[in-house]
Write a protein that binds this ligand. Structure first.
Ligand code: ADP
Length: 254
């Protein structure tokens, strides 16, 4: 089966004044995959994502999202993508259910707040305020806000930064569940174990250029084929395995 491209980026460039932050990158994201953008701070990941999200102007190049040319239909692109809303939009006086209702109104969508909160396992927090949530619950709520307009593609920016191991695994399951229901996911992360578990393919960006793009498995095989070996023999478990074995998978935030 040939894979359908849902995002196609060609020769994308972005200059901030004289500085070339993105230097002519090209890549495709396939429908239904989890695609990771990896790279050190300052590589150009956020700039690239924000251009595709229609939040930032590009300098040159073409971006096609679900057959819509960014230059011709940014408003149409906005309708089919889900982005994490800034927490500054989470009015402190409203509870989660009310916030979802409010955002649904902004998108002109008839959302069922409880159904959506159920999807991210927050139904029992429907009457809580955002500030009362744990780190993992905040992230899950933030992911819920990306789903309000029933998007074809969601964008997640470092969705598990700062979470404990249980909450990270819980988020991984949620992201896989979203993908399994047909939504394409494009995400950034600094955790390579996370990219390995979640991403069907990753692009590694450095100084505004894509320096590798493939499945994690293929990238690892390519490195091994060059004769690379880990300096130490790898143990059959790591400290995170110890932590999870001792403390269990159960979320601790409730
Ligand atoms: P990443 O998300 O990979 O950390 P960014 O896309 O945020 O990278 O930034 C890429 C480069 O562009 C960095 O050197 C950053 O300092 C610069 N940059 C980002 N936004 C602006 C801006 N608004 N004005 C000037 N330079 C910027």
């Amino acid at each position: 089966m040939t894979k359908q491209s849902i995002i196609s980026v060609k020769n994308l460039k972005k200059n901030y004044g004289d500085f070339e932050a993105v230097k002519g990158i090209s890549f495709d994201v396939f429908e239904g995959e989890i695609f990771g953008l990896l790279g050190p701070n300052g590589a150009g990941k956020s700039t690239t994502l924000e251009i595709i999200e229609t939040l930032r102007e590009k300098t040159s190049g073409t971006v096609i999202v679900d057959h819509i040319d960014l230059d011709k239909g940014p408003e149409d692109i906005k309708k089919i993508i889900g982005v994490q809303l800034q927490t500054s939009g989470y009015y402190p006086g409203l509870n989660l259910s009310e916030l979802i209702g409010l955002f649904g109104g902004l998108y002109n969508r008839d959302v069922q707040p409880l159904e959506l909160l159920d999807r991210v396992n927050l139904r029992d927090k429907a009457r809580s305020k955002y500030k009362e949530l744990s780190g993992g619950q905040k992230q899950r709520f933030s992911i819920a806000t990306t789903l309000i307009n029933q998007p074809k593609i969601i964008f997640l920016d470092e969705p598990t930064t700062g979470l404990d191991p249980q909450a990270r695994r819980n988020l991984w399951d949620l992201i896989k569940d979203i993908r399994s229901k047909g939504t394409t996911v494009i995400m950034t992360t600094h955790y390579m174990d996370e990219a390995e578990v979640l991403c069907d393919r990753v692009a590694i960006i450095d100084s505004g250029r894509i320096i590798a793009l493939d499945s994690p498995d293929k990238l690892i095989d390519n490195l091994v084929a060059t004769g690379f070996e880990r300096p130490r023999e790898v143990k059959k478990a790591n400290l995170e395995d110890v932590f999870i074995k001792l403390t269990g998978h159960v979320l601790r935030e409730e």
